[in-house]
Each structure stands twice: as structure tokens, then as C-alpha cells.
Write a protein that binds this ligand. Structure first.
Ligand SMILES: [Zn+2]
Length: 266
């Protein structure tokens, strides 16, 4: 009885949402219930809200540093506009959102200690977007009925810019992007894709291993905020290490290109 009720609910949800099975970039099967446009809308509203809530950095040297790295990373992707903001906050955090938004907190610059390590962070974050992991997170949450009822609160009203809808979307975006953790398989996928991405942008992929060592070290005090949505797993560093040989091939090929130097300022 319980099962049939669940199935009926599932069927209803699927019908409503136009659910479809997709294949992720590394070949996993993904259940995605939302269009790219819906997720981009959610990303935009969340990013706008965050820019109002958080202090945005006015440090031109650091802004240039972060933008330099972001431009190289996104420059190896199919053309799309990416907005990059450096938030002036001690949080050890960074994120990328559907629709083309990248946020870095100044606290991250203490853990990602050079341009290659920060490129590892951004490559990982952008990979989450490319692999549509937020869509997958929210779709799973809806299918298991754990409370994120995206449909009920207004994405269907995409384009209707009433204040109430925007507020609800922003609250939903906070849940989806900044509270709900990524799954382990998503973390592995973002690592695999992110390391390739940074290497293709001319950053040394070996820095991805250094970055996660630094992140582990930083966890000995108060855990970095980034780890609340990106649960670390003990095999991550081993997997990243195993990936270095292939990543170095991308890096060596990319190094021959004429990249702008992104140097960290004091
Ligand atoms: Zn992650």
C-alpha cells in the first residue's frame, strides 16, 4: 500500500515536472526535473540576493586576481557570459551557479594559496554547474519528498517578477545552492572534470592535491564553510593523485599557449 502511494506520487511529480533521465558528463544516469532556464533563473535570483546581503570586495588587485583565473577557466568552455564577484568575508568558501555566476570569498584566498590552487577551486565549482548537479540535487529532493517543493513555489511562474515570487525563489535558491550538500558521486565528478578544466586553462593540476590538503588542515579548527556543501571524503586526495598523469597531458599542451599571468597580490 505504502509503495503504491509512493509510486502514484512519483508518477504525478514526473508528469508535472516533465522529468527526464540524462547522462552526466562522466556517464552517470541523472534524473533532472528542471530546465536549464529554470535553474538559471534560480541562480540569478540567488546571486542577486547574495550581492545585497554580503559585502562585495572593493580591492581592485584581488578582484583582478580572481577575475583573471575565472576568465581563463571559463574561457576554455563554450561561449557564455559569467559574472564573477569577490565577497569580502572570512568565510572559506566559493561557489558557481547555473546561469553563469561565480562567487569567491576572500577567506578562500588564505586556503587556496596561489593561482593554481584557486583555479582548482573554481574548476571544481564550475564543473558542478556544467554537470547540472544543482538540478540533480533539487530533483532528488523533490522525488524523495524531503521538502524542497520547487514546483509549488513559483518556478512555473518563470518570468513573473512579483516581489513575493522573487523572495520565495531566493529562499529556495539558498536551500538548493548553499545548504543542500552535494553527493559523493557528484563530488568525484566535479573533481574529475574540474582538474581537467584547470589543466586546459594552463593551471598546474597538481595544485588540486595541495588545495585539498590545505582544506583538510583548515578543518582542524572550524571546518571551512565550503565543506558543508562539498562533503570531503577520504578518498578524494587519492583519486585526484591518480588523475594527475592524464591531467598533466592537458596542462603540458595548454602551457604552450599564451595565458595572461594571474598573480596574487598582497
Ligand atoms: Zn564540490
Amino acid at each position: 500500500m505504502k509503495i503504491s502511494v509512493k509510486l502514484a506520487a512519483l508518477a504525478l511529480t514526473l508528469t508535472m515536472a516533465g522529468c527526464a533521465t540524462h547522462q552526466s558528463p562522466t556517464g552517470r544516469s541523472q534524473m533532472l526535473m528542471h530546465s536549464e532556464a529554470e535553474m538559471a533563473q534560480l541562480g540569478q535570483v540567488s546571486f542577486e540576493q547574495l550581492k545585497q546581503q554580503e559585502k562585495v570586495s572593493r580591492d581592485p588587485a584581488r578582484i583582478a586576481y580572481v577575475n583573471c583565473i575565472a576568465d581563463r577557466i571559463t574561457g576554455v568552455l563554450p561561449a557564455q557570459q559569467w559574472e564573477v564577484v569577490l565577497f569580502d568575508s572570512p568565510q572559506v568558501n566559493a561557489f558557481a551557479l547555473p546561469g553563469g555566476y561565480i562567487g569567491v570569498y576572500t577567506g578562500m584566498l588564505n586556503v587556496a594559496q596561489n593561482e593554481d590552487q584557486l583555479a582548482a577551486v573554481m574548476g571544481h565549482e564550475v564543473a558542478h554547474v556544467l554537470a547540472r548537479h544543482s538540478n540533480e540535487k533539487v530533483s532528488r529532493s523533490e522525488l524523495t519528498g524531503t521538502g524542497l517543493q520547487i514546483l509549488n513555489i513559483g518556478l512555473a511562474a518563470y518570468g513573473v517578477e512579483s516581489a513575493g515570487t522573487i523572495t520565495q525563489l531566493a529562499a529556495l535558491g539558498t536551500n538548493v545552492f548553499f545548504t543542500l550538500p552535494y553527493g559523493r558521486e557528484q563530488e568525484t565528478e566535479a573533481d574529475i572534470m574540474g582538474v581537467e578544466l584547470m589543466a586546459r586553462a594552463g593551471f598546474d593540476p597538481a595544485a588540486s592535491v595541495d588545495l585539498w590538503h590545505n582544506m583538510a588542515k583548515a578543518s582542524e579548527g572550524a571546518p571551512p564553510e565550503m565543506l558543508s556543501t562539498h562533503p570531503s571524503h577520504s578518498t578524494r586526495i587519492n583519486e585526484l593523485t591518480a588523475q594527475q598523469q592524464s591531467a598533466q597531458q592537458y596542462y603540458q599542451a595548454a602551457k604552450a599557449m599564451n595565458w595572461p599571468t594571474c598573480s596574487k597580490q598582497k
